[in-house]
Ligand binder design. Structure first.
Ligand code: GRF
Length: 192
């Protein structure tokens, strides 16, 4: 699965909607010597997204589009082109991208999902995992295709669900693993 990139740094855009803790971990990773990516653009569909502060802190270009209509996808594609972006990392991005958008980016879109896929695709993963009395949940980094949370899996990490876990405590435990998993998955896909 490893894609050789030679010594070329992969220009990456991270798409967010909320807190942006995965964005922060990806930015930190991108600054390491072994990282094959640089983060050159942050896109959010939510002007109130807390994660947008990392654009200022780390001096990264940011753009906000609501994605309420197709024009916003077109504007996004234009920005991606303008900034010569090769890879998109979705990180807590709560909008579903159209088939056309995904196709036009030729499979170079990754996503992180807070469950051990194929279990619990979609929203409210932690609530559902606890309700179903699962022993484990976890997180998954996968390629994005036109079906929700269904693209080829790159890496996964299991996280134990304890008897006293609630959705909040489980989300917290899984998020810690997400921050490690996303960089690892990128290293797995793109080797120098
Ligand atoms: C993460 O759990 C991610 O997997 C999910 O939404 C959360 C986003 O967290 N899709 P953050 O914005 O990266 O802090």
């Amino acid at each position: 699965m490893a894609i050789s990139t030679g010594s070329k740094i992969i220009k990456t855009a991270v798409f967010i909607s909320g807190t942006g803790s995965n964005l922060k971990s990806l930015i930190k990773f991108s600054k390491l010597k072994e990282s094959p990516i640089s983060i050159d653009l942050i896109i959010s569909n939510n002007p109130k997204s807390k994660g947008l502060k990392y654009a200022n802190i780390f001096k990264i270009k940011k753009k906000v589009f609501t994605f309420k209509n197709m024009t916003d996808e077109k504007k996004t594609l234009f920005e991606l082109k303008k900034n010569k972006i090769d890879l998109i990392c979705l990180a807590g991005f709560m909008k579903i991208l159209s088939k056309t958008f995904i196709k036009s980016f030729k499979g170079n879109i990754l996503n992180i999902h807070p469950s051990f896929l194929p279990k619990f695709k979609g929203l409210n993963t932690h609530e559902r995992a606890i309700k179903k009395k699962e022993k484990y949940s976890g997180c998954t980094v996968h390629f994005v295709n036109s079906k929700l949370d269904s693209g080829k899996i790159i890496l996964q990490k299991k996280v134990k669900i304890n008897k006293n876990d609630d959705p909040k405590s489980l989300a917290k435990k899984i998020l810690i693993q997400e921050h490690k998993l996303y960089p690892k998955a990128i290293l797995k896909v793109f080797s120098h």
